[in-house]
Design a protein around this ligand. Structure first.
Ligand code: F6R
Length: 261
């Protein structure tokens, strides 16, 4: 796995947006797997700026959702479908029918999960999956002790994750759903390139366990160690507990320019 340490969240957004732009120049209809939450926002802003300046055309890109709250109507402003329409599809000029995601309002949730898992494979698989990381080490909403082989399914959020996400619901934890549909860890690992972005001191412990700890279900993000092309982009604060930070910086400075992320 490659670990790139950047000065701040804005620089992280820029470097990941450039990786996405390179992919789209090579493969205009690439399937981009996208996360929600605060961490990816600088990526989406930087990519939208590239679209506006004509540096890249994202209009043929396809977008795949990572996870969704169960029971929130699709039009709820905090359903991840709504969030991604606002933060990704509209700013990048991607039509609504180039978007795929699980149906969080389905009556038959297991069936909705299986349908989405199959749809991802039938779409040719995710080319680049952007991931954030929870303070408890979750990726998608695979909470601690999720099976490392899991497929898309329903999960129960930990109390900590609901506390962390209450800020999107006016600070009221009671408004944060208990359940989500999330791509499983096995599903996520099928993407061709994983890019995990971590910013802020609150992610430092989880990131150290992800990068330098054992592969263990207790830290679901550590599963990315099993992926042949995984990139971690971390700001100084999130990288502050990495013992090998010096080596990661050295490797990046000496990396051939043509290689990209
Ligand atoms: C949401 C998702 C989660 C978040 C994580 C971090 O789609 O995949 O894993 O990435 O909870 O959230 P933020 O970025 O808000 O700290």
């Amino acid at each position: 796995m490659e670990v790139v340490i950047v000065p701040d969240a804005k620089a992280g957004g820029e470097i990941v947006a450039e990786a996405m732009a390179r992919l789209l120049r090579r493969k205009p209809d690439a399937l981009l797997g996208v996360a929600t939450g605060s961490t990816p926002l600088p990526v989406y802003e930087a990519l939208a700026a590239k679209v506006r300046s004509g540096a890249v055309d994202a209009s043929r890109a396809r977008i795949a959702q990572l996870d969704e709250y169960v029971g929130l109507p699709a039009e709820h402003p905090e359903s991840y479908r709504s969030v991604l329409r606002r933060e990704v599809l509209e700013p990048l000029g991607i039509p609504a029918d180039s978007f795929m995601g699980p149906d969080g309002t389905a009556e038959d949730v297991p069936e909705a999960c299986a349908v989405y898992d199959r749809a991802l494979a039938e779409a040719g698989g995710v080319d680049l999956q952007l991931l954030g990381i929870g303070t408890d080490g979750h990726i998608g909403f695979n909470e601690p002790c999720s099976s490392l082989a899991s497929r898309t399914r329903i999960k129960t959020l930990t109390e900590q994750t609901r506390v962390d996400n209450a800020r999107f619901f006016g600070g009221d934890i009671e408004q944060v759903p208990h359940h989500v549909i999330t791509q499983g860890i096995g599903t996520i690992l099928q993407a061709r390139h994983l890019v995990l972005l971590a910013t802020g001191e609150g992610k430092a412990d989880a990131l150290a366990a992800t990068v330098e700890g054992p592969v263990a279900a207790v830290c679901p993000a550590s599963a990315i160690q099993l992926h042949p092309h995984a990139t971690v982009v971390a700001d100084e604060a999130a990288a502050s507990k990495l013992k090998l930070a010096g080596y990661f910086r050295y490797a990046y400075v000496n990396k051939p320019d043509w290689q990209g992320l």
